[in-house]
Ligand binder design. Structure first.
Ligand SMILES: *Cc1c(COP(=O)(O)O)cnc(C)c1O
Length: 354
């Protein structure tokens, strides 16, 4: 949402114009180290294995599963939207025996159900911010009582949008994406792995590219910094700059800015006939789902918003395709002026349908 469908921080776009260094240039390596240090702050972790995987958020998901799943491992996964489903698919392909803990889309998963689903799972996994429904699933209670299991959390739409406290919550493996609340274009997937999890990396993951055995020494600075693949230099400049914006503004202030926008949307939308769809108490500020007022057509409405006002909103997915809208307000676009612009545009749309 905002002026243009996708709108990263200006500092980030400027970073793309920097001269492209070689991926083994010492100046680039220090920039990478600094990026990883910044990531640790944003993840709120001391994990030495914290770095961006060179691909989008889904590659972070694959990195998590291929590196920790041995064939036949018991993996419990919470499913209340598209991304919980995707986790099951990825985990199964890695050889896991998956126990799905399903919840109705638009409702949060009870952490106790995840804890009770299997007596001795190797992994429990949940999506923190379900972008397909606008729901926040609670993570802390799972971390408190997970026992010997590793806790995996999809933070693609939560990192830098709402509090993500990796160490405090006992999260073992988490991944994110650059293009959601971090305000950077798509292309990298920040990943963090606890020391406890590092000891359980499988010997031969079913992916060469994502094999943490070949990447970890490079990241933690323990081994020789040998070539594994060519780092996407310009994307790393961009992430470095985006993290710089978040940390200069302050993580608390960044969370608060997202919260204020979410609050303003949640307050203003029902007055226009757009009712809040996600379960109260678990609504994400950065992704708001609403039902449509009577008489407003899904496709025409979104097309008009994009073409006349330059505002892109997402359509519903799965069981609510065509019935709800998903309004993202994240990263650089999470500004009250953008919320007001959207509410004004929606008011005009609603007036037009009479
Ligand atoms: C967007 C998203 C992903 C996938 O990220 P890509 O960058 O599209 O690969 C995974 N999980 C959640 C919760 C997401 O919102």
């Amino acid at each position: 949402m905002g002026p243009g469908p996708s709108n990263p921080y200006p500092e980030v776009m400027e970073a793309f114009t920097r001269p492209v260094l070689g991926h083994l240039d010492p100046d680039f390596i220090s920039l990478l180290d600094e990026t990883n240090e910044r990531l640790k702050q944003v993840w709120q972790t001391q994990n030495s294995l914290t770095f961006p995987v060179s691909a989008t958020g889904s590659a972070g998901m694959e990195t998590a599963f291929v590196n920790f799943v041995n064939p036949g491992d018991q993996v419990v996964i919470g499913v209340n939207g598209v991304f919980g489903n995707r986790m099951c698919d990825v985990a199964q392909r890695a050889g896991a025996t998956v126990t799905r803990v399903e919840e109705e889309w638009g409702r949060a998963i009870d952490p106790q159900r995840l804890l009770d689903a299997h007596p001795d799972p190797q992994i429990i996994a949940v999506v923190h911010a379900e972008t397909s429904t606008g729901i926040r699933n609670d993570v802390a209670p799972i971390g408190e009582a997970k026992g010997d299991a590793l806790l995996f959390v999809d933070c693609v739409t939560s990192l830098a949008g709402i509090p993500v406290l990796i160490d405090q919550w006992n999260v073992d493996v988490a991944y994110s994406g650059t293009q959601k609340c971090l305000g950077v274009p798509p292309g990298l997937s920040p990943v963090t792995v606890s020391d406890r999890a590092m000891e359980r990396i499988v010997e031969k993951p079913q992916s060469w590219y994502l094999d943490l055995n070949m990447i970890k020494d490079y990241v933690t600075g323990e081994g020789a910094r040998a070539y594994h693949h060519t780092a996407p230099i310009s994307m790393l400049y961009a992430l470095h700059a985006g993290l710089g914006v978040v940390l200069t503004d302050g993580l608390d202030a960044t969370w608060q800015r997202h919260q204020e926008c979410g609050d303003a949307l949640h307050a203003g939308l029902p007055d226009l006939g757009f009712n809040l769809w996600a379960q109260e108490g678990h609504r994400l500020p950065e992704l708001t789902t609403v039902t449509l007022p009577e008489g407003l057509d899904d496709t025409t409405g979104r097309k008009t918003l994009l073409e006349r006002y330059g505002i892109e909103v997402g359509g519903g997915l799965g069981p609510v395709a065509g019935k709800v809208w998903r309004i993202g307000c994240m990263g650089h676009t999470a500004r009250l002026r953008n919320v007001k612009m959207l509410l004004g545009a929606l008011e005009e749309l609603v007036e037009e349908i009479g």
